[in-house]
Design a protein around this ligand. Structure first.
Ligand SMILES: Nc1ncnc2c1ncn2[C@@H]1O[C@H](COP(=O)(O)OP(=O)(O)O)[C@@H](O)[C@H]1O
Ligand SMILES: [Mg+2]
Length: 374
């Protein structure tokens, strides 16, 4: 019997990556043609996997990948950019040059204990040493090294740049460089739609119109099921006709969440000593996910305020319609709209919930199901 073929919680490639041909074509031609792009879409639908897979397959190009998740200061931003560039340099053979370029930031190299791959951090200069201008210089360094080494840049979770108190100044500095970097393509990806739209499509913002916006949707259900069923099949497990409707009922949309569920379903099928995954495995898989995640969920539930917990439970149980409606407020004991707004802001900042047009959603479908069961 083969091992469990489903992968989640990390960037996927190779056999774990379901091709997305039409999007790949667009992203690839943008990379090659020097067209910067701003790709936004919900979490775990496959933005990072898409963009890194395409970038790694570009002829004569090297990817510089920096993740901006939870950056708070210009220092964080510079460190993410510099480390990304140094990591690329270390595998592409221009580490010495890259180290020289950043010499004034005193980078040091260490080795990841698990993977053995090199990681970089900057010397301990005071926070005030790092300004929006330092960010600009870091971009300039990427550009300089690109001339000889053919680089493309991905700035992932880019909306988190807005967490910086001086974000406008940083974005303005970025723009002043990026607009001159005609032969270096940038892909900005982000999971926060309204913030990404604000950064790139609001005329008041410095990066207005400096990248082609691309809205990313989950892999179409039929295509994804074909991919998932193929994975079951090649690992020696058939898929019963009742599996797909049982999964569909849970309302899980993100590609990564479906892979996670399938991974558990596969295990449960094996535990039954069966070779056919079926609807019966779905509740068992969900219970297993709860068992694994329970302490984390409880930790969240006990760390939020009573109003925040009411809001979370309300959304989980009532399905995310308008949280300001009388019906929602009455059913959940949240009388004052101001309380809802404050609770929403806190939860949103922790990435526990988000808003999509006129609906409010719990980020993780499994956490949503757990909350609904309370
Ligand atoms: N093209 C794909 N084919 C199959 N699974 C995918 C694909 N893209 C993403 N996934 C699933 O989603 C998870 C998250 O992918 P990731 O690229 O990190 O998403 P995002 O960057 O949108 O949060 C992966 O671990 C994998 O389970
Ligand atoms: Mg990502």
């Amino acid at each position: 019997m083969k091992s469990n073929p489903f992968a989640y919680g990390r960037t996927v490639d190779g056999e774990d990556y379901c091709p997305r041909r039409s999007l790949e074509r667009i992203v690839r031609s943008n990379f090659l043609g020097g067209q910067n792009m701003a790709i936004h879409g919900e979490r775990r639908i496959g933005k990072t996997s898409l963009v890194t897979n395409v970038a790694r397959r570009l002829p004569k190009k090297r990817l510089v990948y920096a993740d901006f998740l939870f950056v708070n200061t210009p220092r964080d931003v510079v460190e993410r950019i510099a480390s990304a560039l140094l990591e690329t340099a270390s595998t592409a053979g221009f580490l010495e040059n890259a180290m020289k370029t950043f010499a004034n930031l005193r980078p040091t190299m260490s080795f990841d204990t698990l993977s053995g791959s090199p990681t970089f951090s900057l010397g301990s200069a005071p926070e005030s040493h790092y300004t929006p201008e330092t960010v600009e210089s870091a971009l300039e360094a990427v550009h300089d090294l690109s001339a000889k080494n053919g680089l493309v840049v991905v700035f992932d979770e880019f909306q988190d740049i807005l967490r910086l108190s001086e974000s406008s100044a940083v974005l303005a500095r970025m723009r002043s460089r990026i607009q001159f970097h005609k032969r270096l393509t940038y892909a900005f990806t982000g999971s926060h739609r309204s913030r990404m739209v604000d950064i790139f499509s609001n005329p008041d913002n410095p990066l207005y119109k400096s990248a082609m916006p691309i809205a990313m949707e989950p892999i179409p259900t039929d295509e994804l099921w074909e991919f998932l069923a193929g994975k079951f099949d090649r690992s020696g497990i058939k898929v019963a006709a009742d599996l797909r409707p049982a999964v569909a009922e849970l309302g899980i949309e993100a590609t990564g969440d479906l892979q996670q569920l399938c991974r558990m379903v596969w295990d449960k099928t094996r535990e039954r000593s069966s070779r056919t995954a079926a609807a019966v495995d779905v509740p068992a898989a969900i219970s297993e996910i709860f068992r694994i995640e329970r302490s984390g969920y409880e930790e969240i539930a006990s760390s939020v305020s009573p109003s925040q917990l009411k809001l979370l439970k309300g959304i989980a149980k009532m399905g995310g319609g308008n949280i300001y409606s009388n019906e929602f407020r009455e059913a959940n004991g949240l009388a004052a709209p101001g309380t809802i707004t404050t609770a929403y802001k806190h939860l949103e900042r922790r990435r526990l919930i988000y808003r999509k047009e006129e609906s409010w959603k719990i980020d993780s479908p499994f956490f949503r199901l757990w909350l609904a069961s309370l």
